[in-house]
Design a protein around this ligand. Structure first.
Ligand SMILES: [Zn+2]
Ligand SMILES: [Zn+2]
Length: 310
């Protein structure tokens, strides 16, 4: 099986490759919640020590976390978000908001977030920096950017996603984002690719893997099947409302990838905002007062410790 594959340049793939799998995303979430020590990551996430050590190493290598010696003078290291890592804040907020709206948060996440500037509990939203209108799948269009083209991307190890009934129920956004193929299948829907063969040839994905991911996305209520031919029965895959609602989060990952990983050529894709016609600059704002959210102005229980020490 090839270790890499030629795919259209895409900052979401780059972001996901740098971020890694669901375990890495859980670590990033925990880091935003103020966790910095190995033993605490271990206790909160429940992942095996070897897996945790391995993901922490990769996050440090990809400059999302940095290691610093513990202040008590012990030989142990603590892990903190770098500037690049802290820049994922908007993305983490959108993931949390999506989970709350659709009843899919993991047990470690806060049940409410408060914007201290307006004092209200709120759901974060993505809005356009030019016109302040909200950003959704239906009010954005794409054009190829200066960094368009194709590139070889490393392939994540292929594995089947097996959800037990209980896991299915508790699956959250890290399960969709943290699996490269699942995230890629969702992304084909943003580009209007709905038929099995078209999705398969666009992604260059093996039939059995695609079937598997489509099934789990359907079971999780992200995609729905629509019959478009009776004999033999053929289906198209379309995002449900819940699926469409993943768009701002994916977009925030894409912009993060553009900012940190696009290289000298620049962004592969430019997004335009239909309500104002401008190239989209997006920011994550408070759903109540519409002001931009910063690490310093969002709190909730464990988010109190969110401010990183310098
Ligand atoms: Zn706009
Ligand atoms: Zn507010």
């Amino acid at each position: 099986m090839p270790q890499s594959k030629r795919l259209p340049k895409n900052s979401v793939y780059r972001a996901l490759n740098a971020l890694g799998d669901r375990w890495s995303l859980l670590i990033v979430q925990e880091a935003f919640l103020g966790i910095s020590q190995f033993k605490d990551f271990h206790a909160k996430s429940g992942m095996a020590r070897s897996t945790l050590a391995n993901r922490l190493r990769a996050l440090v290598k990809n400059k999302i976390l940095e290691q610093r010696p513990q202040r008590d003078g012990m030989a142990r290291q603590e892990y903190f978000l770098t500037e690049r890592g802290r820049d994922l804040f908007g993305s983490v907020l959108l993931a949390w908001g999506w989970g709350v709206k659709w009843g899919m948060t993991n047990r470690n996440m806060p049940t409410a977030l408060i914007h201290t500037s307006c004092g209200k509990p709120m759901i974060p939203q993505m809005s356009c920096t030019k016109c302040n209108e909200s950003v959704s799948l239906h009010n954005c269009t794409y054009e190829s950017g200066p960094g368009a083209g194709s590139e070889r991307v490393p392939l994540q190890r292929m594995h089947r996603v097996r959800y037990s009934q209980e896991q299915e129920w508790s699956a959250d956004v890290v399960d969709f984002t943290g699996d490269r193929w699942t995230a890629s299948v969702i992304a084909t829907q943003y580009f209007g690719i709905h038929r099995f063969d078209d999705i398969q040839s666009y992604l260059g994905i093996a039939t059995n893997i695609l079937t598997d991911r489509l099934r789990s996305l359907e079971a999780s209520g992200i995609l729905e099947r629509r019959l478009y031919e009776l004999v033999p029965p053929r289906y198209e895959y379309w995002l449900t409302k819940k699926g469409i609602d993943t768009y701002p989060h994916s977009l925030s990952l894409m912009f993060w990838g553009d900012r940190w990983l696009a290289g000298p050529q620049g962004a592969p894709v430019h997004v335009f905002h239909k309500p104002c016609g401008h190239k989209l600059g997006a920011t994550v704002v408070c759903g109540e007062c519409k002001q931009p959210l910063t690490i310093e102005t969002v709190t909730a229980g464990r988010f109190r410790t969110l401010k990183s020490p310098d």
